[in-house]
Design a protein around this ligand. Structure first.
Ligand SMILES: Nc1ncnc2c1ncn2[C@@H]1O[C@H](COP(=O)(O)OP(=O)(O)OP(=O)(O)O)[C@@H](O)[C@H]1O
Ligand SMILES: [Mg+2]
Length: 327
């Protein structure tokens, strides 16, 4: 396959600690080659005036895994997402998705080719209903407005299929009862779910989520985590940006760390947090970041407890109601 000689050049028997990992072809480290990458990017840079927001020499995203992209505020994570998905143009660089070059390809073609993303600030359109937002996710024509798209789909008899699919996804994300409500009426967490559901309208192979848990209340955190894990069990690859290290530890198979535009570390979650480059990156930026300190409250556990408690309540209600009926 690809030439791995450059990164695998550490001589055997040196004191360098070379961690091996089944997802990696060669030694583990920033920019390491993957055994089965779905995205490979080279020399991607993006400058804003004098600021270099992204300066990625080489990065590979493993296929069929959940990869977390972490790093302090301003590290360039969102900018990298924007570049890879065609929402912004780099100063330099090339990248491929599933072996196909996507540099210079428009956002709409990128999503049609199987790589979709959600936004750090949700982009659901408040004045459209939840269902209309979903249908927009299936929109195929560049620059076409929703109503023209729907009208055309209607004439072609496609609308029924698309609507069925949208309804199935809404049910899966427990938004089916909200289907006719305006997206503006949803909670922050529900909007995140809507965005994720909408992303799935195009049958993606790679789903890129920019801070999917941010602003989501604990009751929905558990269900979001579950949905992310489901994407993987259905064979999709996931790349997500997240600041909460508990979430990262809990669901990711692999972690890539950015700081000041560069990839500074990579590894499995339990190892990467110990990497001095990661500690430096975070301490340099904000000293109070919890790098997964297990003494602190763990939102994943809290959410699990809350879900268990809800379940128990529902069970009690059920018992009370039906116990009475039977008595
Ligand atoms: N359109 C833009 N114009 C000018 N500067 C920008 C623009 N977009 C991003 N930047 C700058 O580029 C750097 C990287 O920003 P980016 O949003 O990619 O960081 P991030 O890692 O996603 O941060 P956060 O964790 O806070 O979301 C920051 O210094 C930011 O201010
Ligand atoms: Mg960001």
């Amino acid at each position: 396959m690809s030439d791995h000689s450059s990164s695998a050049a550490t001589p055997a028997g040196t004191a360098t600690s070379v961690l091996e990992h089944p997802l990696v072809d060669g030694p583990v480290g920033p920019g390491c080659r993957k055994t089965d990458p779905i995205v490979i990017a080279d020399g991607v840079t993006r400058q804003f005036g004098g600021l270099t927001a992204v300066d990625v020499e080489h990065v590979e995203i493993p296929r069929g895994q959940i990869t977390a992209l972490i790093g302090p505020n301003g590290a360039g994570k969102t900018t990298l997402f924007n570049l890879l998905t065609g929402f912004d143009k780099p100063n330099t660089g090339t990248w491929q998705f599933d072996g196909k070059s996507l540099a210079g390809v428009s956002a709409y073609k990128v999503s049609r080719s199987g790589m979709v993303r959600t936004f750090q600030l949700t982009k659901s359109l408040g004045r459209l209903t939840v269902l209309q937002n979903m249908l927009l996710g299936a929109q195929k024509q560049k620059g076409e407005n929703l109503f023209r798209a729907l009208f055309r789909a209607l004439w072609k008899g496609e609308e029924a299929d698309i609507t069925t699919k949208a309804e199935e996804l809404l049910a899966r994300f427990k938004l089916d009862e909200k289907s006719e409500d305006y997206a503006a009426s949803l909670s922050g967490g529900q909007r995140k779910l809507l965005e994720m559901a909408r992303a799935l309208m195009t049958n993606p192979r790679l789903v890129m989520l920019d801070e999917p848990m941010a602003g989501v209340n604990p009751a929905l955190t558990q269900s979001l985590l579950g949905h992310i894990k489901d994407l993987k069990s259905e064979g999709m690859s996931v790349l997500f940006v997240e600041h909460d290290m508990h979430m990262v530890r809990h669901i990711s198979d692999w972690v890539i760390v950015m700081a000041e535009g560069k990839i500074v570390a990579e590894g499995p979650p339990e190892k990467v947090m110990e990497d001095p480059a990661v500690i430096d990156a975070y301490l340099g930026a904000h000293h109070d970041t919890d790098l997964g300190d297990i003494d602190g409250p763990n939102p994943v556990e809290e959410a699990e407890k809350a879900a268990a408690a809800r379940h128990a309540d529902e069970h009690d209600d059920h018992e009370q109601k039906h116990g009475k009926d039977e008595a």
